[in-house]
Design a protein around this ligand. Sequence first.
Ligand SMILES: NC(=O)c1ccc[n+]([C@@H]2O[C@H](COP(=O)([O-])OP(=O)(O)OC[C@H]3O[C@@H](n4cnc5c(N)ncnc54)[C@H](O)[C@@H]3O)[C@@H](O)[C@H]2O)c1
Length: 396
Amino acid sequence: MANIAMLGTGLIGMFYTMSLTSKRGRDKVVVVAGTQPEKTKAFAEKWGIPNWTTNLAEAIQRPDVDLVVIGLPNYLHLEAALLATQAGKGILCTKPLARNAAEAKQMLDAVDKAGVFAGYLEDLAYTPKTLKALQSIRNGSLGKILWTRSREAHPGPHSDWFWKKELSGGGAIVDMGCHCIEIGRNFIGKDVRPLEVMCWGATQVHPIEAEDSAVGLVKYATGAIGQFEVAWTFRGGMDLRDEVSGTEGTVWLNHWLRTGFEMFSAPGQRGYVSEKSESDTGWLFPVGDEVGALGYTDMFVDMLDAYEQGKQPMETFYDGYVVNAIMDAAYRSMDSKQWEPVLLDVWRGSEDITDQAARTDFDAEHYLIKQEVMPDGKIKFILKNKQSGEITQTIQ
Ligand SMILES: NC(=O)c1ccc[n+]([C@@H]2O[C@H](COP(=O)([O-])OP(=O)(O)OC[C@H]3O[C@@H](n4cnc5c(N)ncnc54)[C@H](O)[C@@H]3O)[C@@H](O)[C@H]2O)c1
C-alpha cells in the first residue's frame, strides 16, 4: 500500500488518479497539487482526495506521503524530482522523463544517490496488447527482431506549454517520439545498445518554432532499426500503431482508431468520445476502457508492486534517460542531416551484442537465401555458394 502525492491536475493527473484508484484498490492519493486553487480543490473533491495545495514542496514534504507522482509539464519534472529526492520520497515520473538527456541524467543521479524508488511512467509499453506481444517476442515467436515501427499522430496537444519549445524541450519528437522510441526498445530488447539516429523533422502546419512532424530511425547494436513517426498535424483523431518484424514473424498493433469498437451516429455522441477524437458525429471509434487500453492500469500495478517488493519496475528512470539521449541525437540529426551518435554517459545494458546476419545451411556447400512454392506447386530454392559466393537456383 502506498500514500501518494499527485502533482498535476491536468489530463494526465486525471488519467493517473483514475487508474491508481481502480485496480489494486489499496493505494491512496492523499494530496493533490495544482496551479489554480478552485480547480485543484474541485479535483480533490471529485476524486475523494483529502488534501489539496498549490505548493509543490508542501505536497511532496508531507510526512504521510510515500510516493510522489509527477504529472506536471516537462519543465517542472527536474525541479519536482529534486524536491522529492531531498524529502526521501519515491518518485513516479510521467514521460518524457525530462526536456533533454542532461536534465534526465540529473534526475537519474539524484534518485540513485538518495536510494529512493523511481519509476518511469511510459504507459504505452504497458498496453494489454503490447504486454502480450512482448511476451510472445521474448518467447522467440518472431525470431531475431529486425525492424520496429511505432507511430503516434494527432492534431496537436491540448495545453499552451506543449507548444513552447523552451518549456517542453521540443515539439512532436519530445512529446510523442519518447513513447515510440521506448516501444521500439522494448521490442528490440532493452539490453541492446542504441548506436545512432537519423531523423527528418519539420514545422509543416502550425506557426511554432518546434517540429510538428518527424520520422526517425534508431540503429541498434544487433543491426535492428527502430522507426518512429510522430505528428501534431494528423487529422482524424489519434493514430497509435506499432509493428514489429523479425526473422520468423510479424506483429501489427492498432491501439486507438481500430480497436474493434466502431459506431455510426447521425445525431452524435454529444461530447467526449475518446482522447483526441475530432468528431462526435458520424463514424466514431470509442474506446471501452480508456485507461486500460492506454496501459495506465497495468503500469501502476507494476510500479506499485515493484515499490512494495523493493524491486525495479519494468520502466525505470534509466530507461527514461536513454530515451532522452536518443531524442537528443534525433534533434542533432534533424540539423546536421547526418546519422548522429547516441551519447550515453553510462550504458547499463550488454556490451557483447553485435550485428550478425543469420545464416541457414541448405547443404554442406550452400546457404539457403529463400524458398518459395511456385504456382505449379514446385518448390524453388535460391542458394548461395559458401566458397565462391555465387547465387543460383534449384527446383524440387
Ligand atoms: N500518455 C502519457 O503518458 C501522457 C499523456 C499526456 C501527458 N503526459 C505528460 O504529463 C505531463 C503533464 O501533461 P498534461 O497533459 O497533464 O498537461 P496539462 O496542461 O493538461 O496539465 C498540467 C497540470 O500541471 C499542473 N501544474 C503546472 N504548473 C504547476 C505548478 N507550478 N505547481 C503545481 N501544479 C502545476 C496543473 O495542475 C496543470 O493542470 C507532461 O509531462 C506530459 O508530457 C503524459
